[in-house]
Design a protein around this ligand. Sequence first.
Ligand code: JFZ
Length: 473
Amino acid sequence: MRFGPFVMMVVLLGATITPRTAAQNSADSKFSSQTETRAQHDQRMRWWREARFGMFIHWGLYAVPAGEYKGQRSDRIGEWIMDWANIPRSEYEKFATQFNPVSFNAKEWVRIAKDAGMKYIVITSKHHDGFSMYGSKVSKYDIVDATPFHRDAIKELATEAKRQGLEFCFYYSILDWHYPAAYVDAVGKDPTAGNFLTKMKPGGKEEYVRYMKEQLRELVSSYDPAVLWFDGEWQDWWTEEDGQDLYRFVRGLKADIIINNRVGKGRQGMHGMNKTDRIYSGDFGTPEQEIPANGLPGVDWESCMTMNTTWGFKSYDDHWKSPEVIIRNLIDIASKGGNYLLNVGPTASGLIPSPSVDRLAAVGKWMKVNGESIYGTSASPFATQLQYGRATSKPGRVYLHIFNWPANGRLSLHSWGPQVKRVYFLADKKRSLDFQRDSDGITLQLGEHPLDPVATVVVLETIVGRHSVGRPS
Ligand code: JFZ
């Protein structure tokens, strides 16, 4: 059962993200010289920066074995089973005949994301296993041609996301364990199994890049994604120049599309931000399973994270994060000026695992009350980390997210006084809270108990323009 590729050629130009160092300034210069000005760049990034919270969906053939192959299990991530179980291509392909997600309901998936407060969805159009989860015209190894399901689930999801007002986006892997010209040269590994590194037969890379571009052309033209979230770029045969070329190609297909930094070679491992030795391609950094210690002023970044310890579904992974941890992660990330891309790994029958659904509902309950303190906010105005929680800001507003309620219900902020004109709970806007000004700041009277033990939001309405930094207690 062989699935041949197929092909054609196009070329154009691209941009970068780096800490506001010399590089940032050169990036500025790059903006002016490249396809867009700083203002145009900010316009393109605006919806994404204001969204702050998205759903990552890792769904594919790997949901069939669900983390187990011939009785072998692993604590490694489920979507890498073709690697850690050393499954040859011809064996792995058989999972396609067992992939029939009859319970898949695009409306329900989008509702779950929307009710959690998520503003965009990023789904795996093709992961490292090379299987296309959409109706590809350039590969028969896809959900329409190769499975008994025969439906283009991604088309249904794209349509529903648009209908419910969420931005629809694609994950696409540059690493492809199924591409005929790719092979594995590692001790004890089948040359057609999965592996961290692959090699390309002579002429194979050029052929593969043509194939990739044809898939990206059909993905952009047929599904109109708002973000292309590349991955798998760590292959030795993939270069920064390839990344720049692919960035330009995709921006050429859709001018206002946003592309992550895994299109090129800038990313520093799980830390996810770009190295600073040169300008690298991509519009935002991608920390993985971690949150930067501090904010990164002027840099766009998005932390992607699992709710348990796998991206793709594993039947036995129940290491679920608590709703409290997830909500505080979202607040922590927003307080540092980043986005949170939180993952779900649906089953092969097409269901989002109930522990994920329950946690997303809990996040949604908090966001329904406190979303104003997350969406469209900027990073904390305070120079140092707050002991009792985090802060986000908007012109004329500082949102204190209190995790650890002050014993006596009183919270002091140093040298802040004159600028605050009103204090209130976001969950109870009508009731002003008392606060006293004293020589070096203000003290807020918050009362005995938190309104929400996970995070109670206190709004400090400030006199616009004099919103500069105060030292937190
Ligand atoms: C990558 C994928 O491999 C993984 O399956 C998932 O899609 C995640 C979002 O992204 O995860 C990685 C990528 C790079 C490293 C490790 C995991 N790395 O460089 O060590």
